[in-house]
Design a protein around this ligand. Structure first.
Ligand SMILES: C[S@@+](CC[C@H](N)C(=O)[O-])C[C@H]1O[C@@H](n2cnc3c(N)ncnc32)[C@H](O)[C@@H]1O
Length: 271
């Protein structure tokens, strides 16, 4: 019997290592993912294989991205090459569009919390090749991802991700499920990319900049918060009341503002 844990491995803070140890919670997460034989699963940060073992048992194979060399060496002792394809790399520096090429993928991970937002944005690039994503993240981050307009947690992360994915917060996981226990509660989120045909057309760079600017000044009214992009009259032309605060607008309203800003920029250039 191979050892199940890497004895003597000290959890590395810089890699956000909190390993799942509790069978009950591992079981709940694996049931939520519900892998089927032949599913093309990619796991970010397999660590000591708490989820990996179960997923490979169900799907037969998994591709995983791990940054820690010691853990990567350990993982190679646990699985055959036909069970695990291991990419030893920093998930933030990976060219996701090439990794996600071809197959319709299911992405999972108990993510290192320090890189969760940039990683979520990087994965958006390849969302058209993804069936779904299941992640464990800090509860506060998941609350922001799924937040509705008009709430305190609604912000840039909510608007940008809700533009591209339908998201479901599934359940919370307490610190005691991990070794070492993190300081915060975690949550499991399911993200399902919306069909490309259903996405409203928008210039993503302008959309992202405008939404970022709006929420940087979330206490101001829109007329002030997005003044770099649109005049008051421009905001009205997009069908939005300039006296509202940024958190009052839904994703569609931000798309309309970004499109109006893009159109006006284009018209200015054409003059
Ligand atoms: C929170 S631990 C989860 C480990 C394991 N999946 C579990 O549930 O017990 C995060 C894992 O991600 C790895 N990791 C951290 N930063 C990474 C990065 N930039 N790219 C790839 N893996 C990373 C860590 O080494 C660690 O194995």
């Amino acid at each position: 019997m191979k050892q199940e844990w890497l004895e003597g491995h000290h959890a590395r803070k810089r890699f956000g290592q909190n390993f799942l140890h509790d069978r009950h919670w591992i079981g709940r997460i694996v049931r939520a993912i519900d892998a089927k034989p032949g599913d093309a699963i990619i796991e970010i940060g397999p660590g000591q294989a708490a989820l990996t073992r179960e997923i490979i048992a169900e799907a037969g194979h998994e591709t995983a991205v791990e940054i820690d060399r010691d853990l990567a060496a350990f993982l190679r002792t646990q699985f055959t090459e036909s069970e695990l394809t291991l990419i030893e790399a920093d998930a933030l520096k990976l060219d996701w569009s090439s990794v996600l090429e071809g197959k319709r993928l299911r992405i999972i991970g108990n993510l290192p919390y320090n890189i969760s937002s940039p990683l979520l944005f990087a994965l958006m690039q390849g969302a058209d090749r993804v069936i779904d994503q299941h992640f464990m993240l800090q509860k506060e981050v998941v609350d922001r991802m799924v937040a509705e307009p008009g709430t305190k947690t609604y912000g840039r992360l909510s608007v940008m991700l809700q533009y591209r994915y339908k998201m479901f917060k599934l359940f919370d996981v307490p610190p005691g499920a991990f070794v070492p226990p993190p300081k915060v509660t975690s949550s499991i989120v399911r993200m399902v990319p919306l069909p490309v045909e259903s996405l409203p057309k928008v210039d993503l760079a302008i959309f992202s900049d405008l939404v970022g600017a709006a929420f940087q000044q979330r206490r101001k009214t829109l007329r002030n918060a997005v003044s770099k992009f649109l005049t008051e009259e421009g905001i009205e032309a997009a069908g939005v009341n300039p006296g509202l605060r940024p958190e009052a607008l839904d994703v569609d309203a931000y798309v309309r503002l970004a499109n109006e800003a893009a159109r006006r920029r284009f018209d200015e250039r054409a003059l």
